[in-house]
Design a protein around this ligand. Structure first.
Ligand code: ADP
Ligand code: MG
Length: 683
């Protein structure tokens, strides 16, 4: 039966919903006119004046008021970019790329000329770029080669409320950079160093949902400015009673909108890929059973591991006589405008990355579903009503909303710090001594230092080693960089890079459907390598590439389906591989180095980087971590599931009812000899 037959979900203001449709949607005027109508346009001159007079400005304004697209243009128009550039940071790459495209269109220029973007594994900008949308991670990387970020006159920290590790690091770094650049510029004016090209730096912090006072205190009581008003109203509904199954409720809410409400696309927020895929299936199958008179539904999934080209589908125009239904994780929550979206359905759930400390049996990052925060709920609602009046249906009660936490704990307080500690070391700084807005937990800092010492990035007195500096050049986790560097000694860099690229992709190569494991195992048997998952992965990639040389797109797709391989992962990995190869070139490594009999050299290389992710078989048949106390099981999706081998290395631990090691290879115990640095006597 169609969801029509199920009991309706009652929202608290059904009457209001009916009435609100009497207002017409906004006019579709040319881009310049649209710009002038944004709430922020009225405050433009005052805004520029304040920014001119203050080193740091904190700008708050409702979602859709025009902060992200307009402020950079105002700065440019007011000549404040000077000889430099305006950088606008975004916590997510899809925001950086889509905003750059929008602003380029508003200025009538080609993307990559005056307006460009730079995100990991993809950069579109040129010599004449003045406005650059960057992921926060890319700006951190730029610090390595340009510690004063001297190419930028103004840096806008957008969506600063998200408080990613990298945003927090930038918040802290920019504060000291600003002081240094001011000193350098003053020195220049006094004729001390006439050759210096350093100009003062302006910092702007923006968000719709920000603890502005806290930021202001951190930046020496910086000015807080507010943009008044919003362009279009968003009417918010809560469920009358709480819902037990958010996927099921989302399905029903979608069809209530689809069958009862006027045209307009729907954006549904779900916690993760699995929920998205299951809802996608049910929506499609229910939509097929609707009468032909009902508008067709076009379902577009949207999550981080989807390749950028597929993510871009959500931005393309909805075909006529169709209603687009976007199923997204919180990657679509902030910053972006998805044209056509008029209705938002918010399940109230998200996945949160959290570092499980050693004392709770962990020592690794986990991803758990939890309730969202008020800040997220406001951002999600804000995705409706960007082009005209919108509606947001929350699948939770108003009381539940009131009980949500105000905002998420900053990542620095809950994630692994290994990469950040290394990045900072390269900048000659110690994470422990950086003045963060919220300082990290000392135990996480110690864990990160220990990891870096074990993989040889830091020496016995915590000093950065040449190897550590090389690791930091690679755009992957330090332990993966260590594996690549180790492969050089073993002459198998080509093989290792192939595997590391697959591991760095945002989704896994092997599809794992728990009730089809037998079928999967037999389909995959021809790639199977006796040593385990790493070389099986390599075999699969090689087989794919061989097949792809002769086959067309659709048979490639079919081939992947038959072998239960994720073709998107391969596409993403091949791009990452290009990057890793060129990084090898920069650090003087020959990526072409390859061994015909690659098992031993590859596994030896991996052991060097994965020494902390290893376990030894115990007399009772269990595996116990080599470093750490946890007993782990081999994940049932692994090629080594149920096997008893003397020692294993693994890519990650997943924490469900057991602690499972995933991405497992069997290695001789002797490979561990000498892979960790020796402590000096007495330490
Ligand atoms: P804010 O950062 O304050 O949330 P933005 O500057 O991102 O606001 O966007 C302001 C408005 O500009 C949006 O509400 C929308 O009307 C319009 N806009 C921005 N990007 C696009 C786009 N890609 N397509 C259509 N309209 C857009
Ligand atoms: Mg914005």
């Amino acid at each position: 039966h169609t969801p029509r037959k199920k009991p309706r979900i009652h929202f608290d203001d059904d009457e209001g919903l009916r009435k609100s449709h009497s207002t017409s949607s906004g006019p579709s005027s040319p881009l310049q006119k649209q710009r002038e109508q944004l709430p922020i346009a009225k405050g433009r001159d005052a805004l520029i004046r304040e920014i001119r007079e203050n080193d740091v400005t904190i700008l708050l304004g409702e979602t859709g008021s025009g902060k992200t697209t307009q402020v950079p243009q105002y700065l440019l128009e007011a000549g404040m970019a000077g000889k430099g550039m305006v950088a606008v940071t975004q916590p997510r790459r899809v925001a950086a790329t889509s905003l750059a495209a929008r602003v380029a269109a508003e200025r009538g220029v080609k993307l990559g000329s005056l307006v460009g973007y730079s995100v990991r594994f993809d950069e579109v900008c040129g010599a004449d770029t003045k406005i650059k949308y960057v992921s926060d991670g890319m700006l951190v990387r730029e610090l390595l080669s340009d510690p004063l970020l001297s190419r930028y006159s103004v840096i806008v920290l957008d969506e600063a409320h998200e408080r990613t590790l990298r945003t927090d690091f930038l918040i802290a770094s920019l504060k000291s950079i600003q002081v240094k650049r001011k000193q350098a510029a003053d020195g220049k004016r006094k004729g001390k160093s006439p050759s210096s090209e350093i100009n003062p730096l302006k910092i702007i912090v923006m968000s719709a949902t920000l603890d502005a006072e806290k930021f202001s205190r951190f930046y020496h009581n910086a000015r807080i400015l507010y943009v008044k008003g919003r362009q279009h109203p968003v009417k918010i509904f809560h469920t009358a009673v709480s819902q037990t199954d958010y996927v099921e409720s989302a399905l029903r809410a979608f069809f209530q909108i689809h069958l009862d409400q006027p045209p307009g696309d729907v954006l549904i927020f779900l916690p993760g890929q699995e929920d998205i895929e299951s809802l996608e299936k049910t929506i499609i199958s229910h939509a097929k059973r609707l009468p032909v008179s009902v508008t067709n539904v076009l379902v577009c999934p949207m999550y981080a591991s989807l390749p950028p080209s597929q993510q871009a589908r959500i931005f393309s125009a909805t075909p006529s006589k169709m209603r687009k239904c976007i199923l997204a994780t919180n990657i679509a929550e902030t910053s972006i405008t998805i044209p056509g979206v008029k209705y938002v359905i918010d399940t109230g759930k998200c996945k949160e990355k959290r570092y499980l400390s050693k004392d709770t049996g962990g020592g690794f990052d986990t991803l758990l579903t939890r309730d969202i925060t008020k800040a997220s709920a406001l951002q999600r609602a804000g995705r409706a009503g960007r082009e005209g009046p919108g509606f947001c249906f929350r699948l939770y009660t108003e009381e539940a909303f009131n009980n949500l936490a105000a905002s998420l704990e900053p990542e620095i307080r809950r994630c692994s710090l290994t990469q950040s500690v290394l990045e900072l070391k390269c900048l000659g700084q110690d994470l422990e001594t950086v003045e963060f807005m919220d300082p990290p937990d000392i135990n996480s800092v110690i864990a990160a230092l220990k990891t870096l010492w074990i993989i040889g990035a830091l020496g016995n007195s915590n000093e950065l080693t040449p190897l550590g500096r090389q690791m930091a050049s690679f755009p992957v986790e330090p332990y993966l960089a260590r594996i690549i560097l180790a492969s050089s000694a073993h002459g198998c860099t080509s093989e290792v890079i192939d595997i590391v690229s697959l591991l760095s992709s945002s989704s896994s190569l092997f599809l794992d459907i728990s009730d089809q494991r037998d079928a999967i195992a037999s389909a995959r048997s021809k790639f199977r390598h006796p040593s385990g998952d790493h070389l099986t992965m390599l075999n699969a990639l090689r087989a794919y590439q061989e097949m792809a040389e002769t086959e067309n797109k659709s048979s490639r797709k079919e081939w992947c389906k038959q072998h239960f391989l994720n073709e998107r992962t391969i596409a993403e990995a091949l791009k990452i591989r290009d990057q890793l190869r060129s990084t090898c070139g920069r650090v003087g490594l020959d990526w072409r180095a390859s061994k015909k009999d690659s098992e031993e050299p590859v596994l030896r290389s991996f052991t060097v980087g994965l020494v902390q992710q290893s376990a030894l078989l115990q007399p009772d048949g269990s595996y116990k971590q080599l470093m750490g106390h946890s007993v782990v099981k081999i994940h049932p999706g692994s090629t080594l599931a149920d096997k008893k081998v003397p020692a294993i290395i693994f890519d990650e631990l997943v924490y469900t009812n057991h602690i499972y090691a995933r991405g497992v290879s069997s290695v001789p115990r002797s490979y561990f000899n000498g892979v960790t640095p020796a402590l000096p006597n007495g330490s």
